[in-house]
Write a protein that binds this ligand. Sequence first.
Ligand code: UD1
Length: 429
Amino acid sequence: MDKIRITGGQRLEGVIPISGAKNAALPLMIASLLTDETLTLTNVPRLSDVTALSRILSNHGVDRTVAGRRIGQSAETGQTISLTARQIVDTCAPYELVSTMRASFWVIAPILARMGEAKVSLPGGCAIGTRPVDLLLMALERLGAEIAIENGYALARAPQGLKGAEIVFPKVTVGGTHTALMAAVLAKGTTVIENAAREPEVTDLAACLTKMGAKIEGAGTSRIVVEGVARLGGAHHAVLPDRIETGTYAMAVAMTGGDVELQGARLDLLQAAFDVLVRSGTEVSATADGVRVRRNGGGIAPVDVETEPFPGFPTDLQAQFMALMTVAQGTSRIRETIFENRFMHVQELARLGARIRLDGDVAIVEGVPKLTGAPVMATDLRASVSLVIGGLAAQGDTTINRVYHLDRGFEALEAKLTRCGAIVERISG
Ligand code: UD1
């Protein structure tokens, strides 16, 4: 298993290109199942989750072509992937394929909508507490599907097709909203989704579905109205920039000090996190090309944060922000409200010398003057990158084991950091 070794203490200076968003690319790829025409996606990040989903889609009969590199494109320029689901040859998504990535469960919606039946293994994914799919199945039931759970699989049937209905989510769910959207676009009649997720990735999926011929209003608000259509066609769509990758590198700059332009990043996708960074003493400004993040001289001020659905502070940046707060000049409180058990990075950050106490869903972080390098273990995607940030600021060497978690969600991490002056090395093993 590969490891990453970081020699900490370097300021980050330069430019980091921001990749396409993993959490947008995955539902967009899944949307290709809704049409027999070709969906071409540009700016798709090179990530192991994308590869895993490609494998799942090809099992259903989706043809995939990946465009070669063009003049002027670097190895990190996002990929262009064309997906064609001319015929869905298999309505079952098996355990062996689905268990590695939770989002792959979402294939249930387009397969059901197009074929009248789907059988999908209950998902795996990051070990961050119980992550049920009851609300996704509720949405499909509201649209007229019959659902059964058998032998670890969800079976959904709607032989007469899906019918528009009102879906009221009792809590905000990104996956639930993606699922409801993808099912409703081919349902007969009108669907109203109440308490919908407002995440930019939902808006991006809705924008792509609209290009494919869907009739959707209100994406980006908590009430989405979908007028079902008989069929969808092909489209071209560029995946939006990754706001979590953006926030992660912004926190790394805040922690190590330095001056970095996050090329392609958008302030509006991450206002809550940038506001918090500014309060911590970091300068954030829009540039013609992206966002510039700087921290010179002054120390890091402690800031209390609570994770919330968009537009609040994202749970996917909670671990990274905690890393930053470990060296703040005072005590901060970080409350996790989206996922239980999303504090597995705490004990690993403690190995670097952080002082963190847990009290239910709150982490109380007492800033220390400096962290010191140590061997640590990556436990999930976002937790592992918080250890990278910690390692970048720590004195001495930090070795991060089990980096396959990082490869799921961060494209060219070592290359991007090394170019800005960090000392990061992957050790194959
Ligand atoms: C997505 C993101 C993930 C992010 C999360 C919250 C992708 C691929 N993943 O995950 O990175 O951390 O949004 O922003 O886009 N819930 C239920 N029942 C359900 C579904 C969800 O109780 O059927 C709960 C979850 O346990 C959690 C909350 O709802 O407490 C939000 O989860 P959800 O928004 O669905 O997360 P994902 O879509 O899995």
